[in-house]
Design a protein around this ligand. Structure first.
Ligand code: FPP
Length: 247
């Protein structure tokens, strides 16, 4: 049965095309229960499953999840290993289901830094779900916003050096085309869980006009109903993109 909130947001109709999420609070969720941080990440994976299903139900076209930042490589080795093992487990266990739901999984970030096991699992899920038309799911892994911008600058500089590009031709649209998110609309809504008021080096270019929604819920407790609540809040916003209100 559809939830009342889901019915309400669908009735309104203004479903954000692209929703991005900073999944935060796994560690605190675990600490409050006297559990190791790993337990928080494991429950976080369950939340990922629920929110992905909810996003499909709501009719979101692109869902982008910040799963592992470039900075996260500085965490203790056992925690990194646990996160990578979870990523592999997620990719292996969800592949068929996501394919059946028509979800096309993409992984954006420094995939070449992953070990062979998780990388192969990720490549398999990306390859096997590629034809999905219902929703695109971006898993941001070993990703940071500044790094993405620096890479884009390098790519454009290389083109200019080869004589393929006149620097005066560089505009926002060309710049956007050399980011990981090339061809995608910018996020309409950014959700951050666990109450922190930071962007944390996430999608710095793409979030220019994105509506922000901060939830106090820790990520492992975040459900599709919380996602619907965020969309409902978004539907009450007036987006102006720097202009004045119409009318
Ligand atoms: C932030 O919590 C979360 C992460 C660093 C990792 C996110 C990973 C998952 C949700 C699980 C696996 C995901 C997939 C896609 C399989 P934190 O550890 O920074 O929490 P804290 O701020 O409370 O310490």
């Amino acid at each position: 049965m559809e939830s009342e909130l889901l019915e309400r947001i669908k009735l309104d109709g203004r479903i954000p095309s692209h929703v991005a999420v900073i999944m935060d609070g796994n560690g605190r969720w675990a600490r409050e229960r006297g559990l190791p941080r790993y337990a928080g990440h494991r429950r976080g994976m369950v939340a990922v499953r629920d929110v992905v299903e909810g996003a499909v139900e709501a009719g979101i076209e692109v869902l982008t999840l910040f799963a592992f930042s470039k900075e996260n490589w500085q965490r203790p080795r056992p925690e990194i290993a646990a996160l990578m093992a979870l990523l592999k487990r997620y990719a292996d266990s969800e592949r068929q289901e996501l394919k059946a739901q028509g979800v096309a999984v993409h992984v954006l970030g420094e995939l070449d830094r992953l070990r062979a096991g998780p990388r192969a699992a990720v490549e398999r899920i990306v390859g096997e779900t590629a034809a999905g038309k219902t929703m695109r799911l971006n898993l941001m892994i070993s990703y940071s916003g500044r790094d993405e911008i620096v890479r884009a600058v390098r790519e454009l500089a290389r083109r200019a050096r080869r004589g393929e590009l006149d620097p005066d031709e560089i505009d926002e649209s060309l710049f956007g085309s050399v980011l990981y998110t090339a061809g995608l609309p910018d996020p309409d809504l950014l959700i951050r869980t666990s109450g922190e008021l930071r962007i944390s080096n996430f999608m710095l270019w793409q979030l220019a006009y994105t509506e922000l929604y901060i939830s106090s819920v820790y990520w492992p407790d975040f459900t599709r109903e919380h996602l619907f609540a965020a969309i409902s809040d978004y539907q009450r916003r007036e987006r102006r993109f720097g202009r004045v209100t119409a009318g």
